[in-house]
Unconditional design. Structure first.
Length: 325
């Protein structure tokens, strides 16, 4: 019972580090080439109307995914800019807003959201055209939807498998495994030592990799409910129903996490866990050290924010003045 009362923390692997997010903040820790740690903290300052949307089933998933994409891009850019740079040369790092005119216009957060949507459009539409080319062999609404889903699955697995051979992506997958191990150890109430964390599974039911796979499965069922007469009508339907697929997939992901301790229902999350066998790798001890450090630092800052919120208003104003000075 105590495990279920713990806050549901999440994270993201970055280059040479891990980002963890809580209720109030997101924090990345990376290891620099000189062995030192470097941090990026991005506070969560969600507007009230966004918070309201995140309470509505099916809509909350889309809002949460776009929000995670915006935060994740900032942290990934931070690690990309610094992981190979000697800390003594940090003054030579070009600020992100000066790198591209697009970033200047939209901002890093918006670029992250646009990149996610563009990738999702490609991943959604390419299988549509591939399935359409075989319509003479597999005619009919049901057959075309199943073939489209199969192409999506093949495209997803092929892409992940191919990039996993690059040294940089393999390291990111190792940090991804370290992130999951830390979360699993924390949720089991274990002290966060390298030995304890390494004994945990590198898989987790709430992982974004599982979400990606669920969009493929859920998409097959959603698209079955909407017939089409021609290719372009089919394309329009796919784009229009994308928020529905994303929102429903998020709810499925949350459901599989809630029932993971129920013996007869835990298998519902197995497809996502199987995909994580590709998107995570067993981390080294030094990578686990970075993940533990990042998680514990995030917890400290979360506790600091909680303390400031529970303090009298006069004390809270003093704390805010100290932070801004």
């Amino acid at each position: 019972m105590a495990q279920q009362e713990k806050p549901a923390y999440g994270g993201q692997a970055v280059i040479e580090g891990v980002m963890f997010g809580g209720k109030h903040t997101t924090l990345t820790t990376i290891r620099r080439i000189d062995g030192s740690y470097d941090y990026l903290e991005v506070k969560k300052e969600t507007k009230p109307w966004i918070q309201s949307l995140k309470k509505i089933p099916f809509i909350r998933g889309v809002v949460g995914i776009l929000e995670a994409s915006s935060y994740g891009t900032k942290h990934l850019n931070f690690s990309t800019d610094r992981y190979e740079v000697d800390p003594k040369e940090d003054d030579q790092i070009v600020p992100e807003e000066k790198k591209s005119k697009l970033a200047m216009i939209f901002g890093v957060a918006a670029i992250g959201i646009l990149s996610f949507l563009f990738g999702k459009f490609i991943f959604t539409l390419v299988p549509v055209f591939l399935a359409e080319t075989l319509s003479f062999l597999f005619p009919g609404h049901v057959a075309q939807n199943l073939l489209e889903g199969l192409f999506k699955l093949i495209l997803l697995l092929t892409y992940i498998y191919a990039i996993s051979f690059t040294p940089l992506i393999r390291k990111i997958f190792q940090y991804h495994g370290a992130e999951h191990k830390v979360i699993n150890a924390y949720e089991r109430g274990l002290p966060l030592t390298v030995e304890n964390v390494q004994q945990q599974s590198r898989l987790h039911y709430r992982c974004g990799s599982s979400f990606i796979l669920f969009t493929v499965i859920v998409g097959v069922f959603v698209y079955l409910l909407v017939p089409f007469d021609n290719l372009w009508e089919r394309v329009i339907h796919r784009l229009a129903l994308l928020p529905v697929v994303l929102g429903t997939s998020y709810e499925v992901l949350q459901l599989t996490n809630k029932v993971r301790h129920v013996p007869v229902l835990r298998f519902l999350g197995y497809p996502g866990l199987w995909l994580q066998l590709l998107t995570t790798k067993e981390p080294k001890d030094d990578q686990v050290e970075v993940a533990i450090h990042s998680f514990e630092e995030m917890l400290k800052r979360e506790q600091s924010y909680e303390a400031s919120l529970s303090a009298p208003s006069s004390d809270r104003q003093a704390m805010n003045a100290l932070e801004s000075s």
